[in-house]
Design a protein around this ligand. Structure first.
Ligand code: AMP
Length: 380
């Protein structure tokens, strides 16, 4: 099959050829004609499947840019969980929008950066790609209005829910006009996503693209059995001995995060804790420095993990296991990447052994356990 049979305009077909998109990917083959009919749509597909273009192209095709629209009243809203995805999706929109005969302005907004430039740039935007929190801030300051939206996309809906954006999403949905086209994309069809589907979508077309590998299969996982009192030395031993960099360490409380960071620093490893007791500014700054490699180890709790929008991390260490297996999968998820899998390391104390068995069962994956009592950790 070629793109020409999907119903896209000549200018988009030309842009596709320019981008060297020779053949539609399976999700595009199914989604493009369905979305062009203006019906609701549910796509179960992972990043890498070509899902972005599968909605960007028909949305642009359906956009009537000659129709007057009030300033700061956007027509298309794409909600995404992270800054990285916002930038990525906006880029795909920009590339194809620039091929259209009339100008269509697209923009990405996300938190963690100053809001003023985003407010100023909002003039005449018709397609907005946004993370939920920052969108609400901009709505509250009247920088953008949602009352004329005709198309809503929720991309990576499962991740959005995993990151705790449910409340923000509900608040945004309540601001939208009732009549609109809704497009929902998710890597998995969890119960929560199923709920959103039932609330949001009206008689949708549903397409599921099977991925060859389960997400957790891409992650190298390893566990160490270790007494609670020896977790600190084991952490320092592994980091120093294997020269690990960009290590994200999960603990269960702010108090513990500070304690682990202090011990690391006293032993010559640069570690910083971020948790709810630290100011927003200091957290953002620590994150920035961690991302750019200036902080070697970042210690955090689950609560803060949603702010860590790093797409790929080489090492995630579960210093203490989370209560729910879902959180465990979420914590380690950032290390899974086909071309370069990272490593997810779990420290399992005798008290946590049973719980770790439950986690493995839920993941449907057995993790190799190494007994750390043999390690010579003296001096660490
Ligand atoms: P996505 O899953 O949307 O993140 O897309 C994954 C990658 O595939 C991106 O780098 C796209 O540029 C690329 N891509 C998407 N569709 C096609 C296509 N039909 N032909 C070639 N590359 C594509």
């Amino acid at each position: 099959m070629s793109f020409t049979s999907l119903g896209l305009s000549a200018s988009l077909l030309k842009a596709l050829a320019d981008q060297n998109y020779l053949k539609p990917y399976p999700i595009q083959e199914k989604a493009i004609p369905a979305i062009l009919t203006k019906k609701d749509f549910l796509g179960i597909a992972k990043t890498g499947s070509g899902k972005t273009a599968s909605y960007v192209l028909p949305i642009l095709n359906n956009t009537n840019s000659t129709e007057p629209h009030k300033n700061r009243h956007i027509k298309v809203l794409v909600l995404v969980p992270t800054r990285e995805l916002a930038i990525q999706v906006d880029q795909v929109f920009s590339i194809f929008a620039s091929a259209l005969p009339d100008k269509v302005k697209t923009m990405a907004i996300f938190g963690g950066v100053s809001i003023n430039p985003q407010m100023m740039a909002m003039n005449n935007v018709s397609i907005l790609v946004a993370t939920p929190g920052r969108l609400l801030e901009l709505v509250e300051s009247n920088a953008v209005h949602l009352s004329e939206i005709d198309t809503l996309v929720l991309d990576e809906a499962d991740k959005m829910l995993n990151l705790g954006f449910k409340d923000e999403m509900d608040r945004i949905l309540a601001l939208l006009p009732k009549k609109r086209q809704n497009l929902l994309f998710s890597a998995t069809l969890s119960n929560d996503v199923e709920n959103i589907k039932n609330i949001l979508l009206d008689n949708p077309n549903i397409v599921k693209i099977e991925s060859k590998k389960e997400e957790t299969e891409l992650i190298d996982q390893i566990a160490y059995s270790v007494e609670d009192s020896r977790k600190g030395p084991l952490l320092r031993y592994l980091i120093k001995k294997n020269n690990l960099k960009q290590v994200l360490v999960f603990v269960s409380s702010a108090f513990k995060a500070d304690a682990v960071a202090n011990k690391l620093n006293r032993n010559g490893v640069h570690g910083v804790a971020i948790h709810g007791d630290k100011s927003m500014n200091s957290r953002t700054e620590s994150l920035r420095r961690f991302k750019t490699g200036k902080i070697r180890v970042l210690i955090t709790t689950d609560l803060l993990a949603r702010g860590i929008d790093i797409e790929f991390l080489p090492y995630v260490i579960n210093y203490e296991l989370p209560r729910s297996p879902k959180d465990y999968v979420h914590r380690i998820g950032r290390t899974g990447r086909a071309d370069n899998p990272g490593e997810a390391i779990a420290f399992v104390s005798p008290e946590e052994e049973h719980h770790f068995k439950v986690i493995q069962k839920k993941m449907n994956k057995e993790v190799k356990m190494i007994d750390s009592s043999e390690f010579n950790m003296q001096g660490y």
